[in-house]
Design a protein around this ligand. Structure first.
Ligand code: NAI
Length: 358
């Protein structure tokens, strides 16, 4: 595997991403915001939301599906609430600015709830909740994504992979960061199985009859985690980041690939809580650190070498990659190095993007 990746420093990777997105038409400032999020993901081993996405963003930017100079506006709607209007600017940039407002509100009033309206895809949600935890705040962030999941018991797609992220500060060198899609697997894993001609476990997805499938080419929809419970969670995310913000919901949410000239109008909700309004901050952080220590001291179960806390694995990977360089797939590296802006790969492709034929 190692010979199929190129290792780059974080700065070098960011530079290459910024160059490509600027060439597609985005300002260097906004391209930098996207790049920060993608490098954050890649360095932590979350490659599904790293540089592999640059070509998709470049295609959408060049075809008009991202507002290049959005009219950004924060509308304070109450003592602790507000709407960040993103005007369909680059999602990573808009979601980040929305989180900055939520952090300010939480510092001033104990809690900050900011609905981010009209934005593009915002990548890994860990990035935003981590911003708050690094300032000794607790955060939750949820967002919509395009409909590619069957509701529990159904055979047609309705909700997206609707992720939930949570972070809290500790006395350790890193915060706790829990971040997951509400599906058993991301669609990227289906693409991966197709590209390798592998079958998939029958717990990931269903075919068009609603039957569990092991054939990645027969996938009609992904399955929610834990059956009806995951289905309920993805509905909750959709309500909080869609209808609550006056945005499209469920199957009416735009698709990532359907029309790259159209704006996505996605929503995200950030909830930031200031622990000092509830308890003593140092005691709170000490308790979470004790919790981590106690979890670490639990003997590993069969097949495991240790008990980790959420986000720990990613941070361990980040430390290693900081030293060795961030591994980037050779094909992604070659694209970043090339003069190509995009290869028309994504426009009007299916929800499961490339590789839909055997
Ligand atoms: P995952 O399954 O890799 O990890 C889920 C959680 O489990 C993480 O918090 C991780 O730290 C924790 N975890 C993993 N292994 C662990 C272990 N051994 N012990 C303890 N905790 C462990 O994440 P998933 O569901 O594949 O999501 C990947 C990313 O995709 C997330 O960053 C999410 O925000 C992003 N995403 C973004 C979407 C968007 O539209 N913007 C849509 C869906 C997902």
């Amino acid at each position: 595997m190692e010979n199929e990746v190129i290792r780059l420093g974080a700065f070098e990777l960011k530079e290459k991403i910024v160059k490509k997105l600027s060439k597609a038409g985005l300002s260097e400032e906004y391209a930098g915001d996207i790049a920060d999020n993608l490098v954050f993901a890649d360095i932590r081993g979350i490659h599904s939301h790293g540089a592999v996405r640059v070509e998709y963003y470049a295609e959408r930017i060049s075809k008009g599906g991202t507002t290049l100079e959005p009219k950004l506006r924060f509308e304070k709607t109450g003592a602790s609430t507000g709407i960040f209007h993103g005007d369909n600017g680059a999602g990573h940039m808009v979601a980040k600015k929305g989180m900055e407002e939520a952090i300010k509100l939480a510092k001033e009033s104990g809690i900050g709830v900011v609905g981010v309206r009209e934005m593009g895809h915002s990548g890994t949600l860990s990035y935003y909740v981590d911003m708050a935890a690094r300032e000794d705040l607790v955060a939750i962030s949820v967002c919509q994504s395009d409909p590619m999941v069957v509701p529990f018991g159904g055979r047609e797609n309705y909700f997206g992979t609707n992720p939930i992220a949570f972070a809290a500060p500790t006395n350790k060198k890193r915060p706790i960061v829990f971040d997951m899609a509400t599906t058993v697997q991301a669609w990227g894993k289906i693409l991966d199985a197709r590209s390798k001609n592998h079958s998939i476990p029958d717990t990931w997805a269903v075919d068009k009859e609603g039957n569990a499938t092991t054939d990645p080419y027969e996938v009609q929809g992904l399955l929610p985690i834990a059956g009806a419970k995951g289905y309920g969670l993805m509905m909750m995310v959709d309500i909080l980041s869609g209808s609550l913000l006056g945005l499209p919901f469920g199957k009416h949410v735009t698709s990532m690939y359907n029309d790259m000239t159209e704006k996505r109008n996605l929503g995200q909700l950030h909830i930031v809580i200031n622990p000092t309004y509830f308890t003593d901050l140092e005691t709170f952080k000490a308790r979470l650190s004790q919790m981590i220590d106690e979890l670490h001291s639990i003997p590993a179960g069969n097949g495991f070498s240790e008990v980790l806390y959420p986000g720990e694995l990613s941070e361990k990977i980040a430390e290693e990659n900081q030293e060795k360089g961030i591994p980037i797939a050779k094909s992604v590296y070659e694209y970043l190095e090339s003069d190509i802006i995009h290869r028309n790969q994504y426009d009007h492709s299916t929800a499961f993007a490339a590789g839909s034929k055997k």
